[in-house]
Design a protein. Structure first.
Length: 172
């Protein structure tokens, strides 16, 4: 409220000595401004002040809200559908079968490799597995220390082109 020595001043034009516009609807006699809006703003401001409940009420409301949350959570956990163990066990048995099959294949492959090593060891031959970018000259250099024995490697080749993973049996 704008007062000057207990006299009310118009907030728009500054005229001194008008009626109290906070108590009743007033129109400024000097500028003609309707000052009732100031009273309405003050009433709205007073109405918007939150009403704080007493301490006991706050605790009751908090306890009730917490109990509601706990009960809701507990009921959700009880009623929630749990995953079936039957589907998990059937998937598990399928995966075990696949693992066993793969283990058998690995064992057979190991036996085949071992057999080929035994055969080459018995005959004194050298077994060589072709790597990427190998050529007869490179293989000769790796095995014999010279490229001049590439013709022996060409004779051991079953196919005209070498591919990674091909196996060559070279006689000593």
């Amino acid at each position: 409220m704008v007062k000057n020595n207990d006299q009310i001043i118009c907030p728009v034009c500054g005229k001194v000595g008008i009626k109290d516009f906070h108590q009743e609807d007033v129109v400024c006699p000097c500028c003609g401004t309707d000052l009732s809006i100031y009273r309405m703003l003050r009433d709205v401001n007073n109405a918007s002040q939150p009403i704080v409940p007493s301490g006991a009420k706050i605790w009751k409301i908090t306890t009730a809200a917490l109990a509601a949350v706990v009960l809701t959570g507990a009921s959700y956990l009880m009623l929630c559908e749990k995953p079936s163990k039957k589907t998990d066990s059937s998937e598990l048995s399928i995966l075990r079968d696949s693992i066993n099959t793969l283990k058998k294949e690995i064992e057979l492959t190991k036996q085949n490799v071992h057999t080929s090593h035994v055969q080459s060891a018995e005959t004194g031959d050298t077994l060589y597995v072709v790597r990427k970018n190998d050529s007869p000259c490179k293989i000769s250099r790796k095995l014999f220390g010279t490229e001049s024995r590439y013709k022996e490697i060409e004779e051991a080749m079953k196919k005209p082109l070498l591919k990674p993973g091909d196996t060559l049996i070279l006689k000593k």
